[in-house]
Design a protein around this ligand. Sequence first.
Ligand code: GTP
Ligand code: MG
Length: 231
Amino acid sequence: MNFNKAEFYTSFGKLSQLPKSDRVEIAFSGRSNVGKSSLINKLLNRKSLARVSSVPGKTVTINFYKLEGIYLVDLPGYGYAKTAKNLKREWSDLIGGYLASPDRYLELVVQLIDMRHSPTADDLQMIDFLIENEMPFVIVFTKADKLKPMERSRRMAEFAKEIPYFDDIVSVEFSAQTGEGVEDLREIIEDVASMGIPEAETEKELPPQVDGSQEENGDFPGFLTPRGRKQ
Ligand SMILES: Nc1nc2c(ncn2[C@@H]2O[C@H](COP(=O)(O)OP(=O)(O)OP(=O)(O)O)[C@@H](O)[C@H]2O)c(=O)[nH]1
Ligand SMILES: [Mg+2]
């Protein structure tokens, strides 16, 4: 996969504007300022294809980038304290609507968490949502360059306690500044892209269940890694 051959595709501020899904999509989710746009730029070897915001929480749009046969989807950041109430509502309608869309080929969510801090309540809520709805996801810990080795291992040990099912979740330690983790993430993306659009995945066509009626047999179902990576 040639990561240098990406281009901006389009930007959406309303659910009704979202195009029909015709390719595999990989979405990047995380709180405002966590480094989503910086990560996308690093992946694609670009300085400013994805706009790195100096004013966080301003844009409430979903931005699509075309990369060979797939779309990388930059979701607006959540949890910005100063965001007005009506904007927060707009945000949750848009993101919630996108993630729960029954007819998209959303094959992976990359959930970003700032390595320097405990996950926020919103981060944990997002992780719960992904687990409950059996959406394949990986966690990327961002801004790794900002921590000294000791602080870093302490934080990683904390994450293992703070994040549910941590041992079963694929995670990548990442820095947009040093490029650490970028190759690991590219491999994951290539894996997901190479699987293509799933055929006859009728189960996936159903909207995610939000009524808690999923089977609860106590066994961890192993759905947290990207499809096919478990074997
Ligand atoms: N040191 C360091 N700074 C980073 C890193 N990643 C992002 N930043 C900085 O963090 C700030 C926010 O980065 P963005 O990439 O705009 O974050 P975002 O998650 O896209 O933010 P929203 O679009 O508001 O949701 C910028 O000042 C970046 O330069 C990193 O790995 N290391
Ligand atoms: Mg951004």
